[in-house]
Design a protein around this ligand. Structure first.
Ligand code: COI
Length: 437
């Protein structure tokens, strides 16, 4: 067992130092790196995996991580028949099994169990029910015509889940171990993966704090679970561009906050904002930040804007990962494909004179581009919908119209979507596809 007292002390010193910077400045430029540094300092200590004090010396000992070799499988003796694919509504149907892994502050990670999907027993005092100690991931499994099952870039989800856990002071874990267990779960329920184009199995790994106490602090118990839901295309009737409400009344994220993590607490407050947008006739929120109305995200997705530049290039812009933006897997994939295209690995039909920018973009720039006729397109990118084109943004009482093609997509989103979904379905070979044995 390794002694961890020193790294723990070092990390709390680092956090203390950075916190002072956060408290003493309101500048975006200062606040964000400070918060990032504090988080990074904590995430590099081995103590994040969970540690318990030696009863004699008080020194900290590492606790067991998740061990896939200990997996217990309790098969569902009453399995259901998967519904016809054309009756699937996003996130309403669940497969026969789920994965659960308990964690205890004194014992570390416990026995991983694949068991029948069903309700949990949670005490009313469970911290998750009071203080939103919950985080999640969204990932997908695909099944091709030959029955081969693949996951799309699952390592990214495991990394992000650990970052979220660390941000919520929940226990972290070996991402490789959880991925191995997720593969076992998906393999067991693989007949639930719809094979039709645009269909997949949406996988929802979740981690909650479930200490039986209403005190606020790092919980002494946690539960990691994974459930699976067969899903069809997000837009059943083909691409339907969405109208966005440029939202200034509510904030999704702010410097030093949790916008860069996939926490349940980031989503619940967005529901009222979405209802507000709906009363004004818009489908989703375009989350704007600050007095200068920086564009940040759209609904539950990352955002891309495409602009025609005076030098003849086409610029694909997305807000930078400055601490307020979720590091989306689809966001990263869109950027990587566009950059590979520029570097010579061509994507059919994608313009050649492309420039990729991760940079701040304000509403004033979008308004000006719309006036100049240089606003090419705007789209959201996320695991659930993959690509979601935008045709209108309501801002300060006026509608900005965004061009869309007849199929609802634009000149960049269309080829990128085709290529990305080709990889996801296994039609285009890629290292991003990870096979479930
Ligand atoms: C996604 O699009 O990836 C999401 O996270 C949506 C989910 C909250 C339903």
């Amino acid at each position: 067992m390794s002694r961890l007292a020193a790294p723990l002390r070092a990390s709390s010193r680092a956090l203390g130092a950075s916190s002072k910077v956060v408290a003493s400045s309101t500048s975006r430029a200062l606040l964000r790196p400070a918060a990032r540094n504090a988080t990074r300092a904590l995430s590099t200590t081995p103590a994040r995996r969970g540690a318990a004090p030696d009863p004699m010396t008080g020194e900290l000992f590492t606790l067991p991580d998740i061990n896939p070799n200990n997996l217990v499988i309790k098969k569902n003796t009453n399995p259901k028949a998967p519904p016809p694919s054309n009756q699937l509504a996003f996130g309403h149907t669940f497969t026969d099994h789920m994965l659960t892994i308990p964690w205890d502050a004194t014992k570390g990670w416990g026995t991983p169990t694949i068991e029948p999907y069903g309700p949990f027993h949670l005490e009313p005092s469970s911290t998750v029910l009071h203080y939103a100690q919950t985080l999640f991931e969204g990932m997908k499994a695909y099944r091709d015509d030959n029955g081969k099952v693949t996951l799309f870039r699952p390592d990214m989800n495991m990394k992000r889940m650990n970052n979220s856990a660390q941000r919520l002071a929940l226990p972290t874990f070996s991402g490789d171990a959880v991925l191995e267990l997720i593969k076992k779960l998906v393999a067991l329920d693989k007949h639930w993966i719809p094979q039709e184009p645009g269909h997949s199995l949406y996988i929802r790994p979740t981690l909650i704090g479930n200490q039986k106490s209403i005190g606020v602090g790092p919980p002494n118990e946690a539960l990691l679970f994974v459930i699976c839901s067969p899903v069809g295309p997000y837009y059943a009737q083909g691409f339907k561009p969405v109208a966005l409400y440029g939202t200034t009344e509510f904030s999704r994220a702010y410097p030093g906050g949790t916008g860069a993590y996939k926490l349940g607490a980031n989503y619940a407050p967005g529901v009222l904002a979405q209802k507000f947008a709906a009363t004004k006739g818009y489908a989703q929120n375009l989350w704007l930040f600050g007095e200068e109305n920086y564009l940040t995200e759209v609904g539950t997705m990352n955002l891309f804007v495409v602009l025609k530049k005076p030098d003849g290039t086409t610029e694909l812009v997305t807000p930078p990962l400055d601490g307020m933006i979720l590091p989306g897997v689809t966001r990263d994939s869109v950027l990587a494909l566009a950059r590979e295209h520029i570097a010579g690995q061509k994507i059919p039909d994608l313009p050649d004179n492309l420039v990729v920018s991760e940079r701040p973009i304000k509403m004033a720039e979008v308004q000006q581009a719309a006036r100049d006729g240089t606003l090419v397109e705007m789209f959201g990118a996320g695991t659930a919908a993959v690509i979601s084109p935008v045709n209108k943004v309501g801002f300060k009482g006026e509608d900005i119209h965004i061009p869309t093609g007849e199929d609802g997509m634009g000149p960049l989103s269309r080829p990128i979507w085709k290529h990305l979904t080709g990889i996801q379905r296994g039609a285009i070979p890629s290292l991003w596809s990870v096979e479930v044995a």
